[in-house]
Structure formats: structure tokens, C-alpha cells
Design a protein around this ligand. Sequence first.
Ligand SMILES: Cc1cc2nc3c(=O)[nH]c(=O)nc-3n(C[C@H](O)[C@H](O)[C@H](O)COP(=O)(O)OP(=O)(O)OC[C@H]3O[C@@H](n4cnc5c(N)ncnc54)[C@H](O)[C@@H]3O)c2cc1C
Length: 404
Amino acid sequence: MDLNLSPEDRAFRDQARAWFQRNVPRAELKTLEERRAWHRTMYDAGYVGMGWPTEYGGRGATPMQQAIAADEMARANAPAPINGLGVGFIGPTIIIHGTPEQKQRYLRKILTAEEMWCQLYSEPNSGSDLASLRTRAEDRGDHFLVNGQKIWTSGGHIADWGILLARSDPGVAKHKGISCFLFDMRQPGVEVRPLKQITGSSEFNEVFMTNARAEKRDLIGRLGQGWEIAQTTLGFERGGNSMARVTRYASAFDRLVDAAKKIERGGKPLLEDPVVRAKLGNVYAEMEVQRYAALRVLSALQKGASPGAASSITKLSYSEFEKRYYELCLEILGPYGQVTDGGLEETTLDVDSSSGVRSSWAYAFLWARAGTIYSGSSEIQKNVIGERVLGLPKEIRADRVAKA
Ligand SMILES: Cc1cc2nc3c(=O)[nH]c(=O)nc-3n(C[C@H](O)[C@H](O)[C@H](O)COP(=O)(O)OP(=O)(O)OC[C@H]3O[C@@H](n4cnc5c(N)ncnc54)[C@H](O)[C@@H]3O)c2cc1C
């Protein structure tokens, strides 16, 4: 693994650094329209959908360039672009499985965020066991009639379109009877109800579909190919951008150390407490492990290799680390870590979470739980690692354990 940037990559980094320094909005972006305008500025400068092929409006950038740009964004504390699900994995799924007409109709508006997208996969009784989903899509000749309920639909309340998994053939094995559609969220028969989260915000929704329509032209791939298409989407989703995450941890760490210098307990700055110092040292070491793990993934991607099932190792590792990390932050900050609205300037944390809000330590701590659930919970990642990376048997039979 070569950890040095090539001269071209260094030049690209300098250019990206200067651009973000010049252009990052000074004031907090409060409305969707303000965030859309910032997204558009980034898109026009070539920093949205960088990995997409140029023929579909992307930049055809290398994994290294994408990581550099994400890193510079995190360093400049720039608000995240919007339409993350669309740009991150729904668009790339359409690029792989879509028809020329679908690509022509949908891709550019995903990149520019003129149309917002959501993912309609999970149902109340089908999360980890997604293949058991029950939403139905019945063939009615010129269209499919859709009935059912989805849940945990991130951004469903602002979405114009969704990528939908529905059962089109209840008579075959559960993985085989699922199809994938591009689904109009603004039609009659679609009701979106926001859900209040532990963080206090409402990014999730329940979506009820009653005699709604999916057009024939909006079927992606073949009828019954939905499971395979879902795996494409989830592969993009689990990959994530590990380098940018590490940069965010590092910037939070600097703020934590600053806060520990200023907050006094027992008449002394917290940073002079040997227990606090030892804990900070431990978490710093863990953070470096995350950095090298991220570099290893990047190096594999740069050589054209796909991490495949091994992406589960990265996802399990960073999401569990993130929980431990923010737990420690709150432990060190004590009551200051509970502040959710304003408070001492040095104890608030400007993190761009998926919602794009500027948040507090408490928000980051609560949000860290989500990473161990979405795109497959930690237990599911362990199953994948056990079965597909280590080649362990799917079930351990009690009689064999007894003999061993
Ligand atoms: C922040 C966030 C955003 C999300 N956004 C979306 C979205 O936009 N669209 C969408 O469709 N979904 C979304 N989801 C839903 C997500 O995909 C599901 O929550 C996830 O797949 C888990 O499903 P579940 O919540 O039904 O839990 P369950 O599957 O009911 O799991 C409950 C518990 O049982 C464990 N478990 C389940 N099966 C096994 C097993 N075989 N072996 C061991 N343990 C097991 C799980 O690990 C978990 O601890 C989002 C979730 C989060 C947290």
C-alpha cells in the first residue's frame, strides 16, 4: 500500500482545499432550499457524484480523488450535499441496471438534486430478513398496482421518487418473487408519516401505499430480479467513505481535547486527570486503527479490487468504534456533553450528520447508534463475515458441538 499522494493527487488536494476554504457557507443552512443551493454550487464545481461516469454527468474521478475531496470537505466542516441516497447508491444502481430511457430520465436530476430520492426497502416485519417483505406489486397490464407499508424511510418526507422493492410473484421462493421499481412518491395513494427519533429530529418516515401505481417503464431490470438489484444497492451503501469519517473523528478529537483543557473538575483542568488522559490515549490509538483500515480499503479500490463481503468488516469496525468514541466524549464532558442547544461554545460540535444539521455532542452520541443498525445491523455483519469471509458453516449443530 502506497500511503503517499502522487503529484497529480497532491495538486487535486490543493485545488479542493482552496475551493472549500473559499466557498463553504459561513452561516448555517437552515432550509432545504438553502441546502439545495449549496449542493448545486458543489455540483457545478464537480464535487458531487465524482465517481459517476462523465457520460452521466459525473467526473469519472478515481477512488483516491473522491476520498481526497471528502476529506477536504470534512476538514473545512462543509455542509454535506443533499440527496445522499440518490447520489450515493440509487443513481449508481440505475447506471448498472437501468434502461437507456431510465438513465436519460432520472440520472441528471439526481445529481443536481432537482429530484430527491428515498429507499423503500424495510418493512415493519422485514428489516434484517428483507427477503420476507410483503408489499405487493400486481401486474395490471399497463402498470403495477402497489399496496403495502414501508418503514424507516430516510428522507421520505422530502422525496420525489423512491427505489421500491415489492413482491411481484408470491408463488415462488421468497428471494425470487421480488421486483425493483422507481416509484413516484408524489402520487395519490402514497401517505408519508414522519417518525420522531431519539435525537429529536424526524428524518425517518413510515410510508403507506394504497392502490398506488408503479409504471411498467419504471421496472428496473427484469421482473423477479429485485433481490439481485437490492444487493447492488446495499454494496454501494456499505462501502461508504471511510477516510472522510476518520477526518471527522480527528476534528472532534481536537475539540474534545480543547474542551478538556478548559473544563475544570476538582480545581484542575480535566486534561490533567490521569484517567482522562489514559482514555484519550486509548481512543486516539483506536482512531489510528480506523485510519489505516480506511487506507487499506482505499488502496484496494484504487487498484480496481472490490471489497465485496469484506466491506462488512469495515462497517462493523467503524460503526462500533463510533459508539464507543462518542460515549467517551460524553463521559469526559460530563454535564456539558448533555447540552443540545447552544451552551458553552467550546463544548458544541459542528458535525455534518446525514441530516446536515450542525449538531451537539449529545446529538452525535445519539446518532452513533444508527450506524450499527442501518445497511445491516452489527449482528448481520458478523453473520456475513462468518459465512462469506471466513467460510464458517451457516448453522452450528448442537450434536457436533457436543462431540467437539
Ligand atoms: C439511520 C437509519 C436509516 C435507515 N434508513 C432506511 C431507509 O432509508 N430505507 C430503508 O428501507 N430502511 C432504512 N433503515 C432500516 C434498516 O435497514 C433496518 O433498521 C435494519 O435492516 C434492521 O432491521 P430492523 O430494524 O427491522 O431490525 P430487526 O431485523 O428486527 O433486528 C432486531 C435485532 O435482531 C438482530 N437480528 C436480526 N436477525 C438476526 C440474525 N439473523 N442473526 C443475528 N441477529 C439478528 C438484529 O441485529 C437486531 O439487533 C434505516 C435504519 C437506520 C437506523
